[in-house]
Design a protein around this ligand. Sequence first.
Ligand SMILES: Cc1cc2nc3c(=O)[nH]c(=O)nc-3n(C[C@H](O)[C@H](O)[C@H](O)COP(=O)(O)O)c2cc1C
Length: 182
Amino acid sequence: MNEPVLFVLAHPDLFASRANKRMAEIAAATDGVRVYDLYAEFPDMFVHGADARSAFDGVEALVVQNPLYWYAGPGLLKEWFDRTFIAGWAYGRGGKALKGKRYLASVTTGSAAEAYRVGGRHGNPVEDYLKPYRQIAEFCQMRWQDPLVLHHARSISDDELDQHAQLLKQRLETLAAGSANS
Ligand SMILES: Cc1cc2nc3c(=O)[nH]c(=O)nc-3n(C[C@H](O)[C@H](O)[C@H](O)COP(=O)(O)O)c2cc1C
């Protein structure tokens, strides 16, 4: 099956998840998308880089789906970047594996949108906390897409959650079809 979109899911407890579980379900039901659940792939929390890199075979776009945990992704997401995006593959001499591929960050937060502003509870716009991911993408010559952020993920209504899931589905379909949104 042709699966040009790799949907990397980083959530340590899907059983307890509301939002990320829903996003993973909608991704799994979208043509051209492969859901790659990091905590299921690497239950010992050690990412085997060669295995992780082989998941990119035939991939044209990367989507990273995660809850915001302490202004970043859950720990295994960092481990995945550290072990997967290595010199000679992701960057540096001969490192062209990710070049030109699109990168979509899809993030959920516990707090409402108004908490993410200067002077607000979280001090800065949420985009500021995504800057390391944007820089990773750009360092590896990927094409950063406008992030998809779902605020107040455990408090919004079921309808709002469904609307966001449909938005994600549209973004996934666009990526699968290969048409850039930026
Ligand atoms: C360890 C931990 C750290 C968290 N850090 C933040 C944070 O920095 N900002 C925020 O808005 N929510 C934070 N949250 C709330 C989660 O982002 C929120 O519960 C999650 O996005 C909901 O998605 P889920 O239903 O898929 O778990 C944190 C939650 C946990 C467990």
